[in-house]
Write a protein that binds this ligand. Sequence first.
Ligand SMILES: NC(=O)c1ccc[n+]([C@@H]2O[C@H](COP(=O)([O-])OP(=O)(O)OC[C@H]3O[C@@H](n4cnc5c(N)ncnc54)[C@H](O)[C@@H]3O)[C@@H](O)[C@H]2O)c1
Ligand SMILES: O=C(O)C[C@H](O)C(=O)O
Ligand SMILES: [Mg+2]
Length: 556
Amino acid sequence: MNGVVTSTVPAALCDPLRNRGTAFTHAERERLGLTGRLPAAVETLDQQAARAYAQLGRQPTDLAKYLYLDALHDRNETLYFKLLLDHLPELLPVVYDPTVGDAIQQWSHDYRRSRAVYLSVDRPQDVRASFETLGLGPDDVDLIVVSDAQQILGIGDWGVNGTDISVGKLAVYTAAAGLHPERVIAVNLDVGTDNQVLLNDPMYLGNRHARVTGTAYDDFVALYLSTAAELFPRALLHFEDFGPSHARRILVGNAKDHRIFNDDLQGTGAIVMASVLSGLEVTRQSVADQRLVVFGAGTAGTGIADQISAAMVRAGRTPEQAASQVWLVDKDGLVSDDMDGLPDYQSAYARPAEEVRDWPRTDGRIDLLTAVRQVRPTILVGTSTVHGAFTQEVVEALCAGVERPVLLPLSNPGSRIEVMPDQAIPWSKGKALMAVGIPVDPVTYDGTTYTIGQANNALLYPGLGLGAVVAGAEHITDGMLLAAATAVAGQVDVSEPGASLLPPVRNLRASSAVVAVAVAEAAAGDGVATRTHGNLVQAVQDAMWQPAYAERAGDR
Ligand SMILES: NC(=O)c1ccc[n+]([C@@H]2O[C@H](COP(=O)([O-])OP(=O)(O)OC[C@H]3O[C@@H](n4cnc5c(N)ncnc54)[C@H](O)[C@@H]3O)[C@@H](O)[C@H]2O)c1
Ligand SMILES: O=C(O)C[C@H](O)C(=O)O
Ligand SMILES: [Mg+2]
């Protein structure tokens, strides 16, 4: 017995939420059974952070940095978030997009451990027990991020490797908006994978069969939803990176009964709405008068079309008029109503075949360039995953059509983006009002420096989630999404030439707090709030977890 005890790492050093390593005082070390198990120095969190940051700096690649931070996350959560928060613009691209995409591709090879919950379609009887192992009660969980990893970023199906998109999204929730790290759960729904590389990789850690589909898939998602909602009735259920055929169906089918949020549809739609609102500040136009072309009409693209057309309706258009100001271009070209087998999320915006009968075609399709020439869009969005799709010709045609087009190539990661700003800004002669999904450097053209905002849902969903939690919102309403978008756009001053359309990542905590207040107000206005607060600004501040050691070691 003795031998076992002395060779075991003490519990206080193993629990990442309680561990404070060399910051434990001597009295705490004694109380927690750590006497003699740490070097003599007693450090502050700042001293530890300085060492960790130096260690991080010695990692040779972003992927190595990701793995270093991942291990730190599993060792000492306070220190991890301290580091993240102190260096957010530098580290967000490491723990999140784009590096998380590389990490996911390597995940089974790099696997050490993770606190995520893995739910296997082959063991539905384990779903409840898997959550119960966490030892959390009905009031203990604010948020669960789940992914079935069918459409990770723009890199497709990564099966159980996609676990880290849930982990990464949660890290951003905590870093950006102070969601309490102990009150959140990352979940992977392992329904198999159609990724042949994974299925033939001896290291692959997930279920080694094709994705289940049909009723078996639907039943498993329903089981997840009902179990999570029953065990953690206050939790917001965030869906991430589901495939296009499932994402919308799951959201629409369950929005009435569950506190459910789809980030790729709703979060992306809202951050794009924020970019558009800022762009309209520059052009001094109404959203009601916009013409939107979406290239890549999947989950994100149609979510964006929904949000922008909903805003047109709020600005006075009928739903039919709003839909008539949207054009979708997908693999088979411009989406028109004579196409066979259109998915429902595209058919809502299909153009009448009659209207486009005389438009020029290439190989029978109306391509993006033609659509841009014909429509003269005021807003062009890219969510296609097709790198380079916004060619010089397309950008020039866009600028020939309107004075200051809004240009949003949003595909992630960088290897998928439709065009980089350092190309598009000169091609547009500085006219395009741009934002992109990944962090990029400013572009100087003709004496003006253009700061490119990051139209990534990460600038929006953390504040949205925090606001929903503070309000105890039963649903995420369109009003809450628009409030979030308006609050984000309200934080930028676009009067200077080249100004960013979105607030900078370095202000993300403050920006998220502003979003949270607006969202909680909208939740109350829409009648979905279950908690009221005398002073909402203070309530939001109080709800934001800070990376600092609690008074008494061992307390969380
Ligand atoms: N910036 C953000 O916040 C954000 C949010 C969500 C998604 N995204 C990005 O958007 C992209 C799409 O994500 P998704 O979840 O919507 O994926 P998705 O698979 O649901 O949609 C992609 C769509 O592009 C279409 N497409 C593929 N090749 C095409 C081509 N050659 N021409 C025209 N259309 C083509 C597909 O048919 C599909 O409809 C990804 O790169 C993702 O990272 C960005
Ligand atoms: O995860 C991101 O970086 C944004 C978005 O959710 C995506 O799927 O690309
Ligand atoms: Mg996503």
